[in-house]
Write a protein that binds this ligand. Structure first.
Ligand code: HEM
Length: 468
């Protein structure tokens, strides 16, 4: 690949024939290893900076502008950092904290220390797997609403499936968090504001690489201020109506307020409630939307996998619409989702800043280094997943990968508390929509995975929708 630091072009590999499908991924990096150029490239896209040699079980170290960067890519080393030495590696990177603090304050995703320890059980409890079935009808209703919107489209209509999935999952999470009376307009306004915010924040905090351990605060430009104000106003209004007793019983916000009543020492005041509600919304909507988008891309190119999915849905549900009770029986659908999360982990990089000096394997790590655990690399490491770039859901059918080799939801105490919610939601929405529609990516469209906080197809994913 010819490398030009001022161009954003990245070579994409994508191969298919009757028997296999190698979905789109960035070619192995073989450009300049000048750290400054690599940082520039990472700023545009974190997925395109990895040479072939990084796709192996190993711990790698390099330096950029004086900052030590450690890439941890072996199951054993990942267990060490994220589980055994969690206390030393729990802190998010300055780029992540700085990028999100304006919007999320001290919300769980970016907090650490005492705040994180206090809030984690609280948030974990309200989105716990035991509560997921109670959100099932709301998930199914939202998917059925979308199906009925699609059924009114002309035959073979074109849509951007990333946008469709973002609206769907935003509706589900917004109604779960804030209550099902939330109007579609408000849902859309919050979703658009989040998308706007993300598209304007930087991937790399240069201050951190230039020696500031805490990085530099982001500049609160008007284009960042507008979406933040809009989200804060909407969320505050909903919280206030909950406080005034007008909120929906058993929404996540309602559960948070009940906990605050029971444990006033938690000090969940308006701002903290807003931060946690906005965090759950953000963490729970983008990730599932990206997962579903990638599933449509993969299925569109894998007719046998899709046929087997339809057989399974027919066997489990007959002609009726799938429900949350069917999800445990939809094992092939689950395998498809899990394989999709292997190839396209929505959070492809888990970044940490260690507090004190440490040693992972035979690598000495200085305090405040940038420690990267990269599911994108790990999941495509051949010794862990043979034929790593191929789409093969059978890997996950009645089969589990080796411990710490598969981490789309992270692992250890900071593991995603919405894991069950997200998986059930993805399986259910897939089953409901696939039962009624065939979704096809245009053959001439070049799919480009890109990492901007989450891993998504660059410029969306145009598809055509065909009723079955
Ligand atoms: C397919 C869907 C999802 C994926 C792949 C996913 C992935 C992740 C990952 C990798 C993390 C850890 C990030 C890190 O440590 O740097 C995380 C954290 C988190 N996720 Fe999810 N997530 C998904 C769905 C959800 C849903 C549906 C919710 C809420 C209902 C949610 C709420 C959260 C929260 C609150 C955190 C922060 C936890 C903490 O730091 O203690 N996620 N997620």
């Amino acid at each position: 690949m010819s490398y030009n630091p001022f161009s954003s072009s990245v070579d994409i590999v994508e191969n298919r024939n009757a028997d296999f499908f190698e979905p789109a991924h960035a070619a192995y990096y073989n450009g300049s290893d000048n750290p400054f150029r690599l940082l520039l490239q990472a700023r545009r896209d974190f997925l395109s900076i990895w040479p072939k040699s990084y796709y192996q079980e190993k711990v790698f170290v390099w330096k950029a502008l004086g900052r030590q960067i450690v890439v941890v890519n072996s199951p054993k080393a990942i267990e060490y950092a994220l589980v055994r030495r969690h206390d030393n590696f729990e802190r998010k990177t300055p780029q992540m904290r700085r990028a999100l603090e304006y919007l999320l304050g001290d919300g769980l995703f970016i907090s650490d220390g005492e705040t994180w320890r206090q809030r984690r059980p609280l948030v974990g409890d309200i989105i716990h797997k035991h509560r997921v079935p109670s959100f099932g009808p709301l998930m199914a209703d939202s998917a059925c609403d979308l199906a009925s919107r699609w059924s009114k489209l002309p035959l073979g209509a074109s849509v951007d499936i990333l946008h469709e999935m973002a609206v769907l999952t935003a509706e589900i999470i917004a109604r779960s968090v804030f209550g099902s009376q939330l109007g579609q307009e408000t849902c859309r306004a919050v979703t658009e504001a989040f998308t706007h915010y993300q598209s304007h924040i930087d991937q790399v905090n240069l201050g951190y690489f230039l020696g500031l351990n805490e990085g530099l605060p982001i500049i609160r430009w008007p284009w960042l201020k507008r979406p933040v104000q809009s989200i804060h106003q909407i969320v505050d209004r909903i919280i206030e109506s909950h406080i005034a007793g007008k909120g929906e019983h058993n929404s996540m916000l309602d559960l948070l307020l009940k906990r605050q009543h029971k444990n006033p020492e938690l000090k969940l005041e308006l701002e903290a409630l807003r931060n946690e509600a906005a965090t759950i919304f953000m963490a729970g909507h983008e990730t599932t939307a990206a997962t579903l988008t990638w599933v449509w891309y993969l299925l569109s190119n894998s007719p046998q996998v899709e046929e087997r999915l339809l057989d399974e849905i027919r066997q489990v549900c007959g002609e009726r619409t799938p429900t949350v009770e069917d999800v445990p029986k939809l094992e092939w659908a689950r395998a498809i989702i899990e394989e999709t999360l292997r190839l396209y982990p929505p959070v492809p990089i888990l970044g940490r800043q260690n507090k004190s000096a440490d040693r992972i394997g035979d690598v000495d790590i200085k305090p405040a280094s940038l420690v990267l655990i990269v599911p994108w690399l790990l999941h495509r490491t051949e010794t862990l997943f043979p034929d790593p770039h191929l789409f093969k859901p059978e890997r996950f059918y009645k089969n589990r990968p080796i411990s710490y080799s598969y981490i789309p939801f992270a692992i250890g105490p900071r593991i995603c508390p919405g894991l069950q919610f997200g998986k059930v939601e993805a399986i259910l929405c897939l089953a409901i929509l696939a039962q009624r529609f065939k979704v096809r990516v245009s053959e001439t469209h070049q799919v480009k995975p890109i990492c901007r906080l989450t891993l998504r197809p660059k410029s969306g994913l145009p598809v055509t929708i065909h009723p079955r």
